[in-house]
Design a protein around this ligand. Structure first.
Ligand code: SF4
Length: 225
């Protein structure tokens, strides 16, 4: 996994995204003027023996693209990590930097796209480019039992992986809805969740009890104590 993450960080397949991330890192947001932005593809993070994978969409321009760790340093992470902490997956409730001492237990956090896209909207081609990394990552997560897909794009990306890998023939009947659960051939369980974006959490579309229930369910399905 360390080798894979090192390769991801050096990836340059999507010129548009690499240029955008570098430009965001150069200009920076005034509130983070003292930061040296990461500005590169963001590697996954967590417990290599995880039974649960939390799969996001892509790094935030001033969150992961700044800190270099998924869901670290932005509003989505500020909503996610307290829930992961309460559900027993994260050692701390607040993620601020790669050096904050955060440890995950039983959980791996990845993403469909590893570079921050303008407007949080990667193109289909960029999603296809990045799919090679999830294909390799899934092979390395040998204890995996449950995938929590954070948002519709992550859900679609996970099903696309299942089709590429030969696990799944048709997607028929597999519909994104918050809290929906599906068992893929072979036994991997997929849980769909709304993404913890500010757009969803500020409007109450996704509440903390709803989100906690997803991760408590994932924990139970993964038979984690
Ligand atoms: S989005 Fe993925 S494939 Fe594209 S440059 Fe970043 S890491 Fe590489």
């Amino acid at each position: 996994m360390r080798v894979l993450n090192a390769e991801i960080v050096e990836c340059g397949r999507c010129a548009r995204l690499r240029d955008y991330c570098a430009e965001v890192a150069r200009v920076r947001r005034r509130a983070y003027a003292d930061w040296e932005y990461w500005g590169r593809p963001v590697p996954s993070f967590g417990d290599e023996h995880a039974r649960v994978l939390a799969l996001g969409l892509a790094p935030g321009a001033h969150g992961s693209n700044r800190t270099g760790r998924p869901f670290t340093g932005d509003g989505s992470g500020d909503f996610l990590f307290p829930v992961l902490h309460e559900a027993g997956f994260a050692s701390k409730a607040k993620a601020v930097s790669r050096d904050d001492g955060m440890k995950l237990s039983g959980l791996w956090i990845g993403a469909i796209v590893r570079c921050a896209p303008p407007g949080n909207k990667p193109t289909p081609e960029e999603q296809r480019n990045c799919s090679a990394w999830i294909d390799r990552e899934m092979k390395l997560l040998k204890d995996l039992r449950v995938v929590v897909c954070l948002g519709r794009i992550a859900f679609d990306g996970l099903l696309a992986w299942a089709q590429r890998s030969g696990l799944l023939g048709s997607r028929s009947g597999l519909v994104f809805a918050h809290g929906a659960e599906y068992t893929l051939p072979g036994g991997l369980i997929v849980i769909a969740s709304y993404h913890p974006s500010l757009q969803n959490t500020n409007t109450g579309k996704l509440t903390r009890p709803m989100f906690l229930a997803v991760f408590e369910r994932a924990r139970a399905l993964a038979k984690l104590k």
